[in-house]
Design a protein around this ligand. Structure first.
Ligand code: ATP
Ligand code: MG
Length: 437
């Protein structure tokens, strides 16, 4: 992608209403534009990262056995009357009336709709276990939308829903999502700790929030420090038996404010390992048994031929919130530092003198070679001054910067900089390509 043809409206200064660094940097880097309180347009650079995060979430859901579908954003109010949540949900629900006076709502979550899909088609325990997920925009009319994409009103969520014949099977489904979440967040370079959590309006009795520690986080959390550094389970696990993975991470204390028990925290955690911190909730999983299947009559014939209400769980990831969480966890005074796995481009090739034919030829050869090696390249071919180009490259956080100028061309070398460490090396183009491959 040539920067001169791209659409990346960089701001020199962050608008004064952006309070936290991730929001400031997303605005400055031209990733998002606010259209209304808590409602954003995703500009090309932001969309690229959003798509990559979405794809990681999707791959890890599929690896754990969940199947993707896509439900609409608009839902019938009557469906929510069946579960009793239409009245219960309150002012966060955006209610809409169509031209036939039919009551609709913009979905804040999809338990009712997915239960309706399930009961329409699934009749036998033989179709279980089943886990359906989608990645779709949600709307919640938050009282205080703020911090950019962190607490939006319209936001992108991955939500999965599991259906099982009994509680034991449902707990296995829960553990699969538990492990999938640990792997998902680790792939994005995040250390997310599962913490016992309140179930809120979703309901149920078993629930964990996945929390990324950050000073700007909205939740107060308490946990054993050792959980933060625990590596993810990885892909080489037995997806049918993840009790060990679950037990290992839940045997140590970790709770959000609503579930915190100071006496237990002190009894269970050595003083040196007690961590009290702020955190960002990037995922939340629930097991709620028959809370929706009972009122909505989602039943299957069991092995004995008798109809049984299915046991369900739901599992959310804040896909759009994750951009904010990753930036909060990975930035410096010059800008964003994208982890390789979610970066909008792999490399930015910086042309230091676009008026110099030889430099342009060298840059274009570099871009071509990188693209041939499968790298996604941003080519800064603008006539901006070098200082401005470096500042932009640092701001937008592309993991590698490959700089070519007249002096380098004369000597047959390029400069390669790793954004995360600031480490620079001067080497031949071939050596640089070898390093990047
Ligand atoms: P919160 O406590 O932050 O309001 P929640 O508990 O109401 O979130 P869930 O119903 O658990 O949210 O939704 C699943 C995930 O969706 C959350 O873990 C979070 O990452 C994300 N999410 C929820 N609300 C928002 C929002 N307003 N903006 C962006 N992401 C959100
Ligand atoms: Mg939650």
């Amino acid at each position: 992608m040539r920067l001169s043809r791209f659409f990346m409206p960089i701001l020199k200064e962050a608008p004064s209403d952006a309070q936290i660094v991730s929001h400031q940097l997303m605005l400055r880097a031209g990733m998002i534009k606010q259209e209304a309180a808590g409602i954003y347009a995703w500009l090309p650079l932001g969309l690229r990262v959003l798509n990559r995060i979405e794809q990681i979430v999707r791959e890890e859901q599929e690896r754990a056995g969940a199947i993707e579908l896509l439900m609409p954003t608009l839902q019938l109010a009557d469906l929510w009357r069946e579960s009793g949540r239409y009245e219960a949900y309150g002012p966060e629900m955006l209610r809409i009336t169509d031209r036939h006076e039919r009551e609709l709502l913009y979905g804040p979550t999809n338990e009712e709709m997915v239960t309706d899909i399930f009961r329409g088609f699934v009749k036998s325990y033989k179709s279980l276990p089943l886990n359906l997920f989608h990645i779709q925009w949600k709307f919640r009319d938050e009282r205080r939308p703020r911090f950019g994409v962190m607490r939006g009103r319209e936001f992108l969520m991955k939500d999965a829903y599991s259906f099982d014949i009994d509680e034991a099977a449902a707990r296995k489904a829960y553990n699969r999502m538990f492990a999938a979440y640990l792997n998902t967040f680790a792939r994005m370079g995040l250390k997310a700790v599962p913490m016992r959590a309140d179930t809120g309006p979703i309901g149920g009795d078993l629930s964990h929030e996945f929390i990324v520690l950050a000073e700007t986080g909205e939740s107060q959390v308490f946990c054993d420090r050792r959980l933060v550094e625990m590596p993810p389970p990885g892909n080489d696990v037995d997806w049918d038996d993840l009790q060990g993975v679950f037990d290992e991470r839940t045997s140590m204390y970790a709770a959000t404010e609503e579930m915190h028990d100071a006496a237990r925290f002190e009894a269970e955690t050595p003083e040196a390992d007690r961590l009290t911190a702020r955190g960002i909730e990037v995922g939340h999983i629930f097991y709620f048994g028959t809370k929706y299947s009972a009122p909505m009559k989602a039943k299957v014939a069991g092995p004995d031929g008798k109809d049984t209400e299915v046991h369900m769980g739901s599992y959310g990831v804040g896909v759009s919130r994750l951009l904010g969480a990753i930036i909060e966890a990975s930035h410096d005074e010059s800008g964003i530092i994208w982890p390789d796995a979610v970066a909008p481009f792999d490399v930015v090739v910086i042309n230091l003198r676009v008026s110099d034919e030889a430099v342009c030829v060298a840059c274009e050869a570099a871009v071509e070679a990188l693209e041939a090696a499968g790298k996604v390249v941003l080519y800064d071919d603008t006539d901006e001054r070098p200082g401005g180009k470096f500042a932009t490259a640092d701001l937008i956080g592309v993991p590698w910067q490959l700089t070519i100028g007249p002096k380098g061309v004369a000597e047959g070398v390029v400069e390669l900089k790793r954004r995360a460490t600031g480490e620079k090396q001067t080497l031949s183009l071939d050596a640089a390509l070898e390093l990047l491959r």
